[in-house]
Ligand binder design. Structure first.
Ligand SMILES: NC(=O)c1ccc[n+]([C@@H]2O[C@H](COP(=O)([O-])OP(=O)(O)OC[C@H]3O[C@@H](n4cnc5c(N)ncnc54)[C@H](O)[C@@H]3O)[C@@H](O)[C@H]2O)c1
Length: 394
């Protein structure tokens, strides 16, 4: 018997006596508030993950969205465990990879939901890396004007960053994440045991987003990562749990200040002014997001040091830790060429879109940044040269 059948029915009487506005009176203000708080659980086993999901799901049916790699490694076992726990569970498996973050796949998922038995109170479960979390959240946001959803991130990048904050989207041919919304999850459950099967390069790439948070917002987190880098890379479960737990706490504190990104002066963009255009020119794929951000952090830290904002000691510590965990800090370390001319052209394009200024997040020390939009071309070119980017042509 499905869990939905156990819901009790009771009479529910509603009585209202709403006052009318003054005749010819003021403008009526439309208002809506939404509860936008959610727990971020960190677990270390499938059983504990199912327990947490049961707490969040209550009597709901579950619509699990996942992709083939994750389904084979973890999804099948999760679905079996959920069904054994009494949950009516439907599952839809997509191809792995960024190409699935598309409107076509969103339509496919809406078709699947429409032909199934999922209703307004049921729960979407997005099991996968950032691709599935972004796509599943977007599909949930649009179906029946918004189904609740839970993120079960399976990559380190998604556990320390993407699954938190409610930014959901699919890509468009013109730009990444162009079609999307802010739509908060009902909960996030990060099972660090999922990371045991993750490719080592993916693990390192995810760590870049943790290092970013440490530099911009938390000397204590920085110390933790510095002291535990090897344990993290060796996938020591307690170290991973702490890493993910702290990242959740830091990210929510940072996004809480400006959940809908009305102000673009955000320290969370550290590494992205250079990293994002680098991803664009290398075609999203050969270079992982965290690798591009790591390289961007190295260049932007060098700009900060050249300005006298960041001490040489702190610059060495930032570059040193990125290197120690195998992240690129120089063009030589990148898995693809980074042609300086094309990189600067791509940054110029962003400058034009942003009404003439490029905004940089420059670290001052651990936990302190300056948001600057007056970094000159000369400063950028010098930092790129110090980062091994070939001299510009033309
Ligand atoms: N919403 C946000 O705030 C936010 C933030 C950062 C990134 N993102 C998005 O996240 C996406 C990138 O996320 P990602 O790096 O997790 O990519 P991904 O989801 O494509 O996962 C990377 C690879 O790892 C594999 N994988 C996933 N979990 C695994 C596991 N446990 N074991 C073995 N293999 C596994 C996947 O099959 C895939 O090949 C991008 O689309 C980016 O735009 C969103």
């Amino acid at each position: 018997m499905s869990r939905t059948a156990t819901l009790e029915r009771t009479d529910f009487r509603v009585r209202d006596e709403i006052d009318l506005p003054r005749e010819g009176g003021g403008i009526v203000e439309g208002r809506a508030t939404r509860r936008e708080a959610y727990p971020i659980f960190v677990t270390g086993s499938l059983d504990a993950t199912v327990d947490r999901l049961s707490e969040l799901a209550g009597e709901a049916q579950l619509a699990v969205i996942t992709e083939e790699v994750v389904y084979r490694l973890h999804g099948r076992a999760l679905v079996v465990a959920l069904r054994e726990s009494g949950f009516a569970t439907e599952v839809h498996v997509l191809p792995a990879g960024e190409r699935s973050k598309s409107l076509e796949r969103a339509l496919e998922l809406w078709d699947w939901l429409a032909h199934g038995s999922i209703s307004r109170r049921d729960l979407v479960v997005s099991l996968g890396g950032g691709v599935i979390n972004d796509l599943g959240g977007w599909v949930a946001s649009g179906y029946m004007r918004g189904l609740p959803y839970v993120n079960l991130p399976t990559t380190l990048l998604a556990q320390v960053d993407g699954a938190i904050g409610g930014k959901v989207a699919v890509n468009h041919a013109v730009a990444k994440n162009l079609i999307g919304a802010f739509y908060q999850p009902t909960g996030v459950i990060s099972n660090v045991a999922f990371l045991e099967t993750l490719d080592e390069r993916q693990l390192r790439s995810g760590l870049a987003e943790s290092i970013k948070k440490a530099v911009i917002a938390s000397p204590a987190y920085w110390d933790f990562i510095e002291q535990n880098a090897e344990a993290i890379l060796a996938r020591d479960l307690p170290a991973l749990k702490r890493l993910v737990h702290c990242a959740g706490a830091i990210k929510t504190r940072l996004v809480q200040r400006d959940p809908y990104e009305e102000d673009l002066r955000r320290p969370l963009n550290f590494g992205h002014t250079v990293g994002h255009p680098l991803e664009t020119i290398t075609g999203y794929g050969p270079l992982f997001h965290g690798e591009a951000v790591a390289f961007g952090m190295a260049v932007e830290s060098r700009i900060a040091a050249a300005r006298g904002l960041l001490s040489q000691t702190d610059l060495d510590r930032i570059i040193g830790l990125l290197r120690r965990v195998g992240l690129p800090t120089s063009a030589r370390d990148l898995p693809v060429p980074a042609p300086g001319t094309r990189l600067v052209q791509a940054m110029e394009k962003v400058r034009l879109i942003r009404a003439g200024s490029l905004r940089y997040v420059l670290p001052v020390t651990f936990g302190e940044t300056v948001i600057a939009d007056n970094v000159s071309d000369q400063e950028l070119l010098e930092a790129l040269a110090r980062s091994g980017v070939e001299p510009l042509r033309g």
